[in-house]
Structures are given as structure tokens and as C-alpha cells.
Design a protein around this ligand. Structure first.
Ligand code: OSB
Ligand code: MG
Length: 376
């Protein structure tokens, strides 16, 4: 059993090493909610992947902060829990707010791994020794800059290139990339930038033999994706639409997609991420681990998750240096020249969290402690 003695919330501000542009906007600096949970002298961290604005999902760092402070952390402090798997039932009265829930749940899994003296990957049921890495390349100021970014990533060894796209930054770009690199594993991610009138336009992309087209239509849609999938040779991959195992089952059953992107924050924590993974595995649907421009804390949790067997396609989990001048963990996440990250075998998440660096980046904080402990 784990006794949850305290939950600490903090917001850190960190500039990205390179601005990141998607069809829904440009990110240059990240405001990030970190949670730290104390239990019997052990401590573990979690990262909330909600953005500054509710553009990717309906959560933002500010909604996550208030829900964590007023609803979620009070359901955890002072409790005795078996482990990370206990969190969904503690939190289930609160609807939605999955990214806020995931930050806490994932930290509890990390605590459980430390307590049992096993690696987090092991505790989650992971068997892979290395994970397969791709990159997600944002919309760039010009095609020339994009081509340089792709060349760099390929030279570094990344196994798959994903291009962010939107109307006006799509067919012509894919064409140029394919002329220069006819054979690379290529995909694109529209973050919901297209509509039914664009079906013919999207169908033209079959010629580029991409591994997948990620979330081309509405962020909450299954039905029209299934209509589009019928028109395409290329697989559709859903990201935004999938919030839980039932969504995955519906999407697979309706043939809305042939591949799933799993983001642990988007589905509310490791328990649901494993459930989505297993549902997909049982139905022969490959999955890969998405990214949300995480710091090292969220990144190492993504590495542990990606060690599950059905994460058979390269994910968006890449080296720390692609995001940060200095990460907040040690060592930084490194990718081999084969485009792989080694799954740490050490106890817990297998990396050291750099508290001093986090301290220097902190702009607000809050501690919730079990009432009975405050009095002694
Ligand atoms: O749709 O996968 C996405 C980043 C922020 C929000 C949504 C997405 C992304 C990425 C970047 O594609 C993935 C990463 O490198 O962390
Ligand atoms: Mg995506």
C-alpha cells in the first residue's frame, strides 16, 4: 500500500528550443503543470500535457490546475492506495479533465514502481528493450527550411518523419519531400484541419504512399473519418478523437482508422492507455505513442509506455534536445543513430529529476497535505 502524504503542484515556464507550429497554432514557450507526490519518504513526478490554450483538447494548464487543486488532489491526499491502477476509481466522479488526471495517476504508478523496486516499464507490462522513434516536424516558414529539418532528422537516424499539414501546406510540400526522399517512412498530421469538401483533395495523397494520415477531420469525429477511410488506400490514424478504450473500439469497429496514436494524457493516465493498447492489439491494430512537447518528466513516462508490445510503429517520442536547451531530467533523453531510445531498466522511471532546475523555472506552487499529518 502507498500512503499519499502530499501532492505538490507547480507551474514551470520553459522556452522551446525551436518554435512548433501546427494547424491550430504556434507554440514558442510552454507553461507546464508538474505534480509531485510524496509517499512514505518516496517522491514521484507527473507532467500534465495540457497546453496553454484549449486548442488541442478542451483542457488548458489553467483548467488542469484548478481541477487538480480543488477536485483531484483532495481525492488522493491522505488515502492509502494499492498503486496507479487505483486512481481511475478515485477520480471517476470527475468527468473529463483527463490530462489533469493522468499527471497524478502516472506519478502514482511511478511511486508504485519505486516501492516494488521495479522499473516503471516493467510495472506497466512493457517488454521492449528499445522503443522506435520518429519525429513530428511542425509547419515551417518555408519549404527550404522544412527540407533542412527533415534532412537533419534522417541523418540523426529517426525512423519516421511526420509532417504537420494544413490547407496550403500539404500536397505541394509532400510532393517536394517525395521527390527528394522517395523511400522514407512518411506520415502527416492535420490536427483536424479538413472537412468533407476536402475528401477529393486528401484522396490525392495516396500517391505519396504515406504510412498514415493523422486526424484529418473534426477532433471529435468517428463517422466522417470512416467515410473518408473508405475512399483512401492510405491508413487514417486517430489522435484527438480517442479518449478511452470505448472510443478505440468504436473507431476500430467503424473502420474510422487502421492505426491508433496513444497519448497517455489524452486518455487520462496509464490505466486507460494500457486498455486502449490491449484493445487495439486484440484487433490487430498497431499503435504508436504520441507526444505533447513534453519535458523529460512526461517524456520518460512515454518511453515506459512505448515499451508495451503493440507499440510497433515509431512514435513521436524523440530526444530532449529537439525541444529544450536544457531538460529537467538527467541524463537527457538520447536517441541512437538507429533511431531508438533504450528503455531504462533502473527502479522507477530510471532518470533523475533535476529539482534545482525545476525550482528556478517555477512561477507558482501549491501544496496539499493530508490534514492528519499537518497536525503532528
Ligand atoms: O497532434 O501529435 C499532435 C504537439 C502538440 C499537440 C499535438 C500534437 C503535437 C505533436 C508533437 O505532433 C509531438 C512531439 O514531438 O511531442
Ligand atoms: Mg496528432
Amino acid at each position: 500500500m502507498l500512503t499519499i502524504d502530499a501532492v505538490h503542484l507547480r507551474e514551470i515556464n520553459m522556452p522551446l528550443a525551436f518554435p512548433f507550429e501546427t494547424s491550430f497554432g504556434l507554440t514558442t514557450t510552454r507553461r507546464i503543470l508538474l505534480v509531485e507526490i510524496e509517499s512514505d519518504g518516496l517522491t514521484a513526478w507527473g507532467e500534465c500535457v495540457a497546453g496553454e490554450h484549449p486548442y488541442f483538447s478542451d483542457e488548458s494548464i489553467d483548467t488542469a490546475w484548478i481541477v487538480t487543486e480543488t477536485e483531484l488532489a483532495p481525492r488522493l491526499v491522505g488515502k492509502e492506495v494499492v498503486g496507479g491502477g487505483s486512481c481511475p476509481s478515485l477520480f471517476c466522479q470527475v468527468r473529463g479533465h483527463r490530462m489533469a488526471k493522468a499527471a497524478l495517476e502516472n506519478a502514482v504508478w511511478d511511486l508504485e514502481a519505486q516501492k516494488k523496486r521495479v522499473s516503471l516499464a516493467n510495472l506497466l507490462g512493457g517488454t521492449r528493450k528499445v522503443i522506435l522513434c520518429g519525429v513530428s516536424i511542425g509547419i515551417q516558414p518555408s519549404p527550404t527550411v522544412l527540407m533542412e529539418k527533415i534532412a537533419e532528422a534522417l541523418e540523426a537516424g529517426y525512423q519516421r518523419i511526420k509532417l504537420k499539414c494544413k490547407p496550403g501546406w500539404d500536397t505541394k510540400i509532400f510532393e517536394q519531400v517525395r521527390v527528394r526522399w522517395p523511400e522514407i517512412v512518411l506520415s502527416c498530421d492535420a490536427n483536424s484541419a479538413y472537412r468533407i469538401v476536402d475528401f477529393d483533395h486528401i484522396a490525392e495523397w495516396d500517391q505519396f504512399k504515406m504510412l498514415m494520415i493523422e486526424q484529418p477531420l473534426w477532433y471529435d469525429d468517428f463517422y466522417f473519418h470512416s467515410m473518408l477511410q473508405k475512399r483512401l488506400e492510405t491508413a487514417i490514424c486517430l489522435d484527438e478523437s480517442i479518449h478511452n478504450r470505448r472510443d478505440a473500439l468504436a473507431a476500430i469497429d467503424m473502420e474510422s482508422c487502421r492505426i491508433l496514436n496513444i497519448k497517455v494524457g489524452r486518455v487520462g493516465g496509464f490505466s486507460e492507455a494500457i486498455a486502449v493498447h490491449n484493445a487495439a492489439a486484440e484487433r490487430g491494430i498497431p499503435v504508436w505513442c504520441g507526444g505533447m512537447l513534453e519535458t523529460g518528466i512526461g517524456r520518460v513516462h512515454n518511453i515506459a509506455l512505448s515499451s508495451l508490445q503493440n507499440f510497433s510503429l515509431p512514435g513521436d517520442v524523440s530526444a530532449s534536445a529537439r525541444y529544450w536547451a536544457e531538460d529537467i531530467i538527467e541524463p537527457e533523453v538520447m536517441v541512437s543513430t538507429k533511431g531508438e531510445i533504450e528503455v531504462p531498466r533502473g527502479i522507477g522511471c530510471g532518470y533523475t529529476v533535476l529539482r534545482d532546475r525545476i525550482e528556478a523555472l517555477t512561477v507558482r506552487r501549491q501544496t496539499l497535505r493530508a490534514a492528519s499529518r499537518v497536525m503532528v
